[in-house]
Design a protein around this ligand. Sequence first.
Ligand code: NAD
Ligand code: TYD
Length: 350
Amino acid sequence: MSKTILITGGAGFIGSHVVRRFVNRFPDYQIVNLDALTYAGNLENLKDIEQKDNYIFEHGDITDDSFIKNLFEKYRFDGVIHLAAESHVDRSITDPLAFAKTNILGTMILLNAAKELWKDNFDGKRFYHISTDEVYGTLGETGLFTEETSYDPNSPYSASKAASDHFVRAYGETYGLPYVISNCSNNYGPNHFPEKLIPLCINNILTKKPLPIYGDGKYTRDWLFVIDHAIAIVLIYHEGKNHETYNIGGFNEWQNIDLVKELCKQMDEKLGNEPGTSEQLITFVKDRPGHDLRYAIDATKLNKELGWYPSVTFPEGLSQTIDWYLENKEWLDHVTSGDYRNYYEQQYKV
Ligand code: NAD
Ligand code: TYD
């Protein structure tokens, strides 16, 4: 094996697509997927690659310092791609401490382990931290986030991600740790846990439940197909410059209400419903506290320096996503049983 790479959070939504891409495209890399298998982690996401010779799964928690130290000793990683996190804004509002623990402390424990293992020779080593555009706070009706935009996080989730980004930079400046960071916009696609807007609405259309729209539905997000994100991560891991940040976005802004209407339209076509059937499920509900009005990424740097651009349009990506959920109803049934029901009842008061 030419390299051993640790991918954290590889059983989650984005992580599973990243693990798959590395395992399939780089048979000479040993890929170690470390995941605590929280409610968001699911090894079913990786069934198609779990038997591959260059893939290993390790069950463990990034906040467990001695476990992480031993893991770094055991595999002597050349690189780390860090995705493990608590990732849902609404959960961060009800349980902010869990976000501080995993997203800040967990990242620091990984940084320490990497520094200790690599400190005598940083050549060829890389710590790649996956972050979010939410660290930049909110935009008004115009403008885009660039890599120079100041951090201004508003939710416990984005504050914890911002803190983790700062620690990554600090390890670079203080100890010379070779790092790269990318800040990405909202992802969508197969394997997305149905607590986030798009898969939640797909699941609710299938089960004929209300489609909850926070506030007036005019909030805007920039949607990126998850496989395009995974492609960007592979590129940045190999070709990104040390100590740099890259913004990744879909060049694809939608107000929530318009996006949900587009989703309803595609679902009705695919399910053979009368046009307008699913839209009747749209229900405006109480707003999220501290709700950021608009996120939109300027991904020009990534495009100019590394030649990346999204490969699918939004209607194509959304269609592929819906098809995946229709073909994987068992996956949806598994993840929406048990704990999900309690979460849903608490969050939406049903
Ligand atoms: P996810 O919630 O689907 O998956 C997170 C994974 O991390 C799960 O498999 C979970 O089991 C694992 N995990 C959680 N706590 C852990 C711990 N203490 N130790 C080990 N593993 C743990 O998240 P996602 O949407 O795939 O996001 C992945 C990363 O990308 C996160 O860092 C997130 O902040 C970032 N990001 C996500 C989006 C998005 O739209 N989903 C956008 C930008 C950035
Ligand atoms: P979400 O998928 O939670 O991602 P994020 O908060 O990280 O952007 O939410 C996307 C947008 O959809 C956000 O503006 C909140 C809104 N939203 C709803 O209107 N209803 C819902 O039930 C959820 C989960 C989100």
